[in-house]
Write a protein that binds this ligand. Structure first.
Ligand code: DQQ
Length: 566
């Protein structure tokens, strides 16, 4: 009897074991199969399960929950039927996907699309959406929506205001150039203000409106700011930043010595200026260079990153920005993939110690996803490559810092105002220099046929050293029809100190932060050979001078959970 029971238990045990092995293998096979079929889907960047996504809209932290809304086509992988998709998270990493909150269905104010907009939390307790709608005639008008049930922790349902539209374009504004209301801020007079993107007489403009209740808005005589050097401004954002430290500020927070950031989206880029804002007169004065179209002006990101939106996270007292990272492959590729568009990894943003520019860094929560780690310290790299093995090179977070000596040998450059993107294209990763190119080769195939190079070069200009950062996609894929741009920017740092690079590699996105976040560069890549387990990661030096890797830490990254809410 005892023997019989023992045998039965053993058989039971083995049946359970075999089943578990089958299930685990099944899951592994299924996800490996997914990886093969969808090599460009990302693991830790936000994207819906399918369909088209563009601008982030109305991000907020409310009652312990992060909300991200986004321009979304619920019916297909190309732009159209533009709705507000909605997802929520407790950590900005793992997301529950909810139903869209706004759909284009109102002939007199949004039937042709619920375009971009923002959220303001009125009196700290009542979130409202301000968004642009395109009416039956494709005129752009501004609308409001409210949560239907404030006690729903996820704010799943929103209702459009019966008084919509609350603003229509004035006579001096073209009906197709009036969009993207910002988050509101409150002035000392207790009135709310917003800016709306426009173009007036050919000048990019941030129209200014004010309101006592957040619902009825009046246009101010003067815009908050405009530029005669640019065209139409989309998605303007306006917020305070502090002097020193990484702390962020609520849009309405008024304090001494606070500077303001005005961001405008145009020319497929995110340009920003820093200035002073006098709340009594609503005058904004730029300190430093004003808006224009040039690669030397400050941009949130010198690569593929657009229509960003920031929010104040009062749980962590930081300002966080998201940006839309579009595809570099074709519409027919989007149809094949069934999806299009990513959000950047959320970034904390603050004013640099110099007070002249912004610094951005992936939010700390990313560290939850880090698994296997590789560490290298004080390693000289005379030339060539050093492979970083033992981590998943297609899904990784890499931080590396380099130190250089004998800088007097640096390559001379006669102008300090040269276009950095052009310079990166002329001197791409395969062009040898003195100090550089050195940096990372990511998503590289076995024999380097495919590789994306994120690297630095150091030059000696007439008055100072110049540190150039480049992201070179020219060899990122053997596929011919995908975009292979080369991006570039100068980093405001002294190369006598360490030069650091952090790169988030996530299958088809390479998001890089140079000089501890003073310049960011995001690229989309579509390797054919260097996918999944075939992808390799290297540190390289293609300059004649030896460089030293002071430290390198690289981590394999787990996949974030992005799932529909049950
Ligand atoms: N995308 C939205 C517009 C915005 C543009 C439409 C920027 O509201 O101006 O999807 O990418």
């Amino acid at each position: 009897m005892w023997l019989g029971r023992c045998l039965r238990e053993m058989v039971g045990f083995w049946v359970v074991c075999v089943c578990l092995v089958l299930i685990v293998n099944g899951v592994k096979d299924a996800s490996e199969e997914d990886d093969q079929l969808q090599p460009y889907r990302t693991a830790f960047h936000f994207q819906p399960l399918k369909n088209w996504m563009n601008d982030p809209n109305g991000p907020m932290y409310f009652n312990g929950v992060y909300h991200l809304f986004y321009q979304y086509n619920p019916y297909g992988p190309l732009w159209g039927n533009i709705s507000w998709g909605h997802s929520i998270s407790y950590d900005l990493i793992n997301w529950f996907l909810l139903q869209p909150v706004l759909e284009p269905n109102q002939p007199n104010y949004d039937i042709n699309g619920c375009l971009s907009g923002s959220i303001t939390i009125l009196n700290g307790s009542k979130p409202i959406i301000l968004y642009t709608g395109q009416d039956l005639n494709k005129s752009q008008v501004q609308n409001i929506a409210f949560p239907t049930n404030l006690s729903d922790p996820f704010l799943r349902n929103w209702i459009k205001w019966s008084g919509n539209p609350f603003l229509t374009p004035g006579n001096d504004i073209k009906p197709t150039q009036f969009r993207d209301p910002s988050t509101a801020w409150m002035g000392v007079d207790g009135k709310w203000r917003i800016v709306i993107g426009s173009e007036i007489d050919g000048h990019g403009t941030a129209l200014l409106y004010s309101s006592t209740d957040g619902i009825n808005w009046t246009r101010s005589e003067k815009p908050l700011h405009f530029s005669s050097k640019t065209g139409m401004w989309e998605c303007p954002d306006f917020y305070p930043v502090g002097n020193g430290g990484k702390r962020g500020f609520d849009t309405s927070e008024q304090g001494n010595n606070t500077m303001y950031v005005l961001k405008a989206s145009y020319n497929n880029r995110e340009y920003y200026v820093i200035g002073n804002y006098d709340e009594k007169t609503d005058r904004f004065g730029v300190v430093g260079n004003d808006f224009m179209v040039s690669n030397t002006e400050f941009q949130y990101d010198y690569g593929r990153f657009y229509a960003s939106k920031s929010f104040y996270d009062n749980a962590k007292q930081r300002r966080v920005i998201w940006g839309w990272v579009n595809e570099g492959d074709s519409e027919s590729d989007a149809v094949k993939k069934g999806w299009s568009g990513l959000q950047s990894f959320p970034r904390s943003v603050w004013l640099s110690d110099t007070g002249k520019q912004l610094v951005q860094w992936p939010v700390d929560e990313i560290e939850k996803l880090r698994t296997k780690q590789v560490n290298i310290t004080n390693r000289e790299l005379k030339g060539g490559t050093l492979e970083i093995t033992r981590i998943t090179a297609s899904q990784a977070d890499v931080e590396v810092s380099f130190s250089l000596s004998n800088l007097n040998k640096a390559e001379l450059i006669d102008s300090e105002t040269v276009d950095p993107q052009l310079l990166c294209a002329q001197k791409n990763a395969s062009v040898s220099g003195i100090f550089g190119p050195f940096g990372l080769l990511v998503l590289a195939s076995n024999n380097f046929t495919e590789q994306t190079a994120v690297f630095f070069r150091v030059f000696k200009g007439p008055n100072k050293f110049l540190v150039l950062m480049c992201s070179d996609q020219s060899r990122s894929s053997i596929a011919e029809e995908v975009d292979k741009s080369i991006y570039g920017a100068f980093l405001d740092l002294d190369p006598h100190h360490k030069i650091s690079l952090r790169t988030l590699i996530d299958h088809s996105i390479v998001e890089s932060f140079g000089g501890e976040g003073v310049a960011c560069m995001t690229a989309r890549v579509y390797p054919k050979l260097a996918t999944n387990k075939e992808a390799k990661l290297y540190v390289f030096n293609n300059g004649t001078e030896t460089i030293s890797i002071s430290t390198l830490n690289a981590w394999s990254m787990n996949k974030a959970q992005i799932v529909p809410m049950a």
